[in-house]
Ligand binder design. Structure first.
Ligand code: HEM
Length: 311
């Protein structure tokens, strides 16, 4: 099986890579991992709620807007799995995949078991974050269970640009363009983009609390990988990210759906192997270092080259 999206083009690009999210594109996606990922999400939230969820009280209206958009998108794109009946303020939700039903009063917080963002986040595989309308576009709420090397605590309250201070300097002007996009994105014109990384684990929760241990393991395991072993040992982790302006509150919903696959499964596709090779070969050194690729770079490049020659 191939990943549903593939972020590698002909060569490394310095552009944001955003596209309009069309009406025919779902805001949130459901795949065969749905039940397992929702179960994992709920386990993490039960174990350490404050680590995986946080929200300022001023975000409540935006949270209800997220609930509204997400439930409508689920029922529109996956009517076989989800039903929503709306009778005035009384909403009835039926999630057949989880065999769960809930009746609640729209915008009545006491009618939900959790705050709206926290509840609706437990219905989808996506992480959901809310960025305020303020000039800095700062992070004000989020349910973040499957992050790639970050967590809510370290970014909470920070502006869009401060959130991105660690990223490579060569991407500075791209981030300024992205900041402008964040200020200008208008309601009913959502956008989406893809991000990619290579990981030696397929755990979805790569929160910062695991960073030191996982970097140590990468430093040990990465250099032992060879073109013969790396295909099955390395995962391509991609994020489908959506940005949606919420019409009433003006907040921006940032949704992240993480997908992963072994390098071997992706590289079996000749075109994908070629594009990975070309993007890696043309990416700035800083980006390769930021993404922690040097630990296994030689094996990865040789593996891709070998795949291209043998096919
Ligand atoms: C058009 C919008 C956006 C663009 C173009 C963008 C771009 C990027 C890029 C290029 C990276 C470097 C990571 C990599 O390539 O693997 C990055 C990392 C990151 N992005 Fe974004 N991003 C966008 C929106 C957002 C939003 C709305 C958030 C909100 C929380 C966010 C949070 C992060 C975080 C936490 C990191 C990791 C930063 C670190 O290393 O400390 N991004 N982003």
């Amino acid at each position: 099986m191939l990943l549903p999206y593939f972020p590698f083009e002909e060569r490394y690009s310095f552009t944001m890579g955003t596209f309009p999210l069309k009406e025919t594109d779902p805001l949130v996606e459901v795949d065969e991992h749905y039940v397992a990922e929702i179960t994992e999400k709920r386990r993490l939230l039960a174990e350490d709620h404050g680590y995986y969820f946080d929200a300022l009280p001023e975000t409540l209206l935006a949270q209800w807007e997220v609930l509204d958009k997400v439930l409508r998108s689920l029922t529109a794109f996956y009517p076989q799995h989800f039903q929503l009946k709306i009778e005035g303020d009384h909403w009835h939700w039926h999630n057949r995949l989880l065999d769960e039903q809930l009746s609640f009063v729209f915008e009545d917080n006491s009618s939900l078991p959790f705050s709206p963002l926290d509840w609706v986040g437990r219905q989808v595989q996506e992480d959901l974050l809310l960025m305020a309308k303020d000039e800095a576009v700062s992070l004000k709420a989020g349910q973040l269970c499957f992050p790639n090397d970050w967590d809510l605590g370290e970014k909470f309250g920070k502006s869009f640009l401060d959130i991105h201070t660690h990223i490579p300097k060569v991407l500075g002007s791209m981030m300024l363009t992205a900041q402008k996009l964040m200020e200008r994105i208008i309601a009913h014109r959502p956008v989406w983009r893809l991000n990619w990384n290579f990981k030696i684990h397929n755990a979805l929760d790569m929160s910062s609390k695991y960073f030191v241990a996982s970097r140590k393991e990468l430093a040990e395991v990465g250099p032992t990988l060879t073109p013969d072993t790396i295909g099955e040992r390395l995962y391509l982790r991609i994020e489908r990210q959506t940005l949606t302006r919420l019409p009433r509150s003006g907040y921006i919903l940032f949704g992240i759906h993480t997908y992963q696959n072994t390098l071997a499964n992706e590289a079996k596709d000749l075109d994908r192997a070629r594009r990975m090779y070309q993007v890696l070969a043309s990416a700035p050194r800083e980006v390769i270092q930021y993404k922690a690729i040097p630990y296994f770079e030689e094996a990865l490049i040789n593996y891709l080259k070998q795949n291209l020659i043998e096919t």
